[in-house]
Design a protein around this ligand. Sequence first.
Ligand code: ADP
Length: 295
Amino acid sequence: MELKIQNLSKAYSNGVQALNNISLTIPRGMFGLLGPNGAGKSTLMRTIATLQDADNGSISLDGIDISENKQTIRERLGYLPQDFGLYPRINAELMLDHIAQMKGVIKKGDRKNLVASLLQKVNLYQHRKKGLGTYSGGMRQRFGIAQALIGNPSLIIVDEPTAGLDPSERNRFYNLLSEIGENTIVILSTHIVEDVSTLCSRMAIICAGELMMEGKPKDGIDQLKDKIYKKAIQKESLDSYKKEYQVISTKLVEGELNLRVESDTSLGNGFEPVSADLEDVYFSHIAKKVDPITL
Ligand code: ADP
């Protein structure tokens, strides 16, 4: 099972180049697509989900070209978009039953069993009679996963699923995703590094429409071995540090700025070597395209 993206490009009519010659191969398991806001993640997700077309390039699922076989792909796809509308007064059970019917589960008894098992899986069974408008952010996302799982998809796309969730909701959502990631391709698009470090065996980083890195999170970290340094500085001196060093991220702590700097050679001047983490991998790649991010 494999999703293959080849030389994919997309420019919007306002001239924004949202995707610039992206090539990626995504195997079974949890795949993290990491990038800052505006990187092109949603554009890529919507293109894979057959909701919009690219200008150039191709995408295939197990050798089947998705733009030429949209219906076949839609039958194998589960999609949890970034914003999905919910009918606030309809309860979860009725809504899932309706979606299952639309997805072709014709027999009433089959639907009843399917809906009950999905509600149990996402831990919403006891809330099945409540209007969707009363759900918390975490419950909405779990409902979103339940609807995406109808039809046993071989490819599941979740776009920014943990934004706005509190830590316990996020954890519950992580557990759910990691369970379904075992037998399917799950693409998790996010700007939250922790989502990827917790869940994903493979990942890619995109920024300004370009692919910056692809591989295992651990390989990305290994590439930065012995190259990351930190130092606390006064806020005012940031600009002069930026001129002299490759600053990849800054974090404000009690009025001081904690700098993370990438360097191939050992640094003096009060810099302390630290072991690299996945945030460093992310910021090191996107710093090539955008200004260092203040966390
Ligand atoms: P992400 O999901 O990583 O935040 P998007 O794919 O939403 O990125 O957006 C990539 C770029 O394309 C951004 O600069 C965004 O403003 C632009 N963009 C997205 N959708 C449209 C659209 N329908 N029309 C014009 N520009 C768009």
